[in-house]
Write a protein that binds this ligand. Structure first.
Ligand SMILES: *[C@@H]1O[C@H](CO)[C@@H](O)[C@H](O)[C@H]1NC(C)=O
Ligand SMILES: *[C@@H]1O[C@H](CO)[C@@H](O)[C@H](O)[C@H]1NC(C)=O
Ligand SMILES: *[C@@H]1O[C@H](CO)[C@@H](O)[C@H](O)[C@H]1NC(C)=O
Length: 335
């Protein structure tokens, strides 16, 4: 019985966003870069003192969106950048975010909520779980892209399966590289990427991944992260356009070999950014508020904790957003 339950969960989790493997790997990398004070705060919030305290909740947001109670949160996993890949890529927050919010406004909202001790313990735990997930999602280029609903509508072949491009980037190409999707697989991949960040091929670029990141302007920061991911749609994900990918008899090995290094880069980036971001939430909000000379007048009014101020200016509904709505925000393909 138990193994059937776990199998069901694993299939569900595998459907959305970086899959379970990608999100858990990002979380383990972040765990490596948080300060001991940030770690004890997060462990307290999550009521989990284990070595997997971030990794084991990293896919919570995908499980939640698959429930009736959590369906409202589906648009928070991406931003529908309405650009024209592969010719031109860009993100415009007001144009692209959508009236009910997107991954950028969600990062801003849950960053504010995670650091605000006036909320309930359950609300703060929810906020931290969402931050851990969405900082990961925004590094997946196809979460920063409206074209064919983030590539969900691009049919391709991979390892003999009929897939869509989105699910191959989220799940099947990472799993092909690592050979599994367990927490042990994620930890092992994280250790490889941590070595690259500390003293390997990513060492010289890691500072640029977090340059200018600031929890006091989370919208600007997360828009920059989305812009960075979106640029890869033009340069790496579909440099010859989508039709060229659908026409390939299999994405393996040629396309896979071209893009797998970028997948590793984005996972490493997501983990390093998340660790730094959590350190900032802790130092600039949680710890600062605990200090004796903290001035309560700096707090945002409680009426703003629903994050409505982070939503974009109202825009007319575009064709890409109508197409996304018709899909029920789904990414419904799987092996
Ligand atoms: C924290 O977790 C422990 C078990 O790990 C459980 O007994 C306890 O009820 C939890 N506390 C809260 C506040 O959820
Ligand atoms: C946030 O950053 C953006 C872009 O750099 C800037 O235009 C805006 O004024 C900043 N907002 C705040 C509140 O600092
Ligand atoms: C902020 O988070 C709360 C709690 O999940 C949610 O009710 C609200 O809609 C969110 N606001 C935005 C702008 O995402």
């Amino acid at each position: 019985m138990i193994s059937y339950v776990f199998l069901g969960l694993a299939l569900l989790q595998g459907v959305h966003a970086w899959g379970v493997l990608g999100h858990a790997t990002i979380a383990y990398i972040a765990q490596n870069y948080v300060t001991s004070q940030t770690a004890s705060w997060a462990k307290g919030v999550l009521n989990d003192t284990s070595d997997n305290y971030l990794a084991s909740i990293a896919s919570f947001a995908d499980q939640f969106r698959a429930t009736a109670a959590g369906a409202w949160s589906a648009p928070l996993h991406f931003i529908d950048a309405e650009d024209n890949p592969p010719t031109s890529c860009d993100v415009n927050f007001n144009r692209d975010c959508g009236a009910t919010g997107c991954v950028v406004s969600a990062i801003a909202n849950y960053t504010q909520r995670a650091g605000d001790g006036r909320l309930t313990a359950a609300n703060i735990a929810e906020a931290l779980k969402f931050v851990v997930h969405f900082v990961g999602d925004v590094t997946q280029p196809l979460h920063d892209e409206a074209f064919e609903a983030g590539g969900n509508g691009i049919s391709v072949h991979f390892m003999g399966f009929n897939d869509n491009l989105h699910s191959d980037w989220d799940t099947f190409m990472p799993e092909e590289l690592i050979g599994g999707s367990s927490l042990a697989d994620a930890r092992s991949w994280a250790n490889t990427l941590i070595a690259e960040i500390d003293s390997g091929s990513f060492a010289s670029q890691k500072a640029s991944w977090i340059a200018g990141d600031n929890t006091a302007n989370a919208t600007a920061t997360a828009t920059r992260w989305a812009t960075d991911g979106n640029a890869l749609v033009c340069s790496v994900v579909m440099p010859q356009g989508a039709a060229a990918l659908s026409a390939m008899s299999d994405l393996f090995p040629g396309y896979y070999n071209q893009v797998i290094g970028t997948i590793e880069l984005q996972i490493a980036k997501g983990g390093f950014r998340l660790g730094n971001w959590l350190n900032m939430i802790f130092a600039k909000e949680v710890a600062r508020r605990r200090s004796l000379d903290f001035d309560e007048s700096e707090l945002v009014p409680e009426s703003e904790l629903d994050g409505h101020g982070f939503l974009p200016e109202p825009q007319p509904l575009s064709r890409a957003k109508m197409a996304r709505a018709a899909l029920g925000y789904g990414c419904d393909h799987q092996h």
